[in-house]
Design a protein around this ligand. Structure first.
Ligand code: AMP
Ligand code: ZN
Length: 114
C-alpha cells in the first residue's frame, strides 16, 4: 500500500523507534503515548483492519499474537501486566488503516476505557 504510513514505517521510509521485529511482525513506540509504555504491534503485510483477517493472512495474525508475549518480556511488563487493544473502524477509533495492536503498560490502567 503506497500511501499507508505503517507500511512506510515497515519499509524504513518513515522513522520509528523499533521495539521488536521478525519476518512477519514489526513493533514500535507510539508517537503519542497514552501510558508510560505504549507500543504498536503490526503485521508487515498490509491488512486494513480486523475485518480483513482471513485464512489467507492467518500466519501473519498468529505471529502477531505470539509476538505479544515476547514484546511484553522485552519491555519487562509481563509480570506487572499490560493491555492489548485493537481499534477497528470509525466508531472503534481506528485512525490508521493498517491493522495494529496497542500495547499499553507501565501504570494502572482504568477499565472500562470509555
Ligand atoms: P488508532 O487510532 O488505533 O488507529 O491508532 C493509531 C496510532 O498510531 C495512534 O496512537 C498514533 O499516535 C500512532 N501513530 C500515528 N503515526 C505514527 C508514527 N509515525 N509513529 C508512531 N506512531 C504513530
Ligand atoms: Zn499498510
Amino acid at each position: 500500500m503506497e500511501d499507508c504510513i505503517f507500511c512506510k514505517i515497515v519499509k524504513g521510509d518513515i522513522p520509528s523507534e523499533k521495539v521488536y521485529e521478525d519476518d512477519k511482525v514489526y513493533a514500535f513506540k507510539d508517537l503519542n503515548p497514552e501510558a508510560p509504555i505504549h507500543v504498536l504491534i503490526i503485521p508487515k503485510m498490509h491488512i486494513k483492519s480486523t475485518n480483513e483477517i482471513s485464512e489467507e493472512n492467518s500466519s501473519s495474525i498468529s505471529n502477531l499474537f505470539i509476538s505479544v508475549a515476547k514484546i511484553a518480556k522485552i519491555l519487562n511488563i509481563d509480570e506487572s501486566g499490560y493491555r492489548v487493544v485493537n481499534n477497528c473502524g470509525k466508531q472503534g477509533g481506528q485512525t490508521v488503516e493498517h491493522l495494529h495492536f496497542h500495547m499499553l503498560g507501565g501504570r494502572d490502567l482504568t477499565w472500562p476505557p470509555g
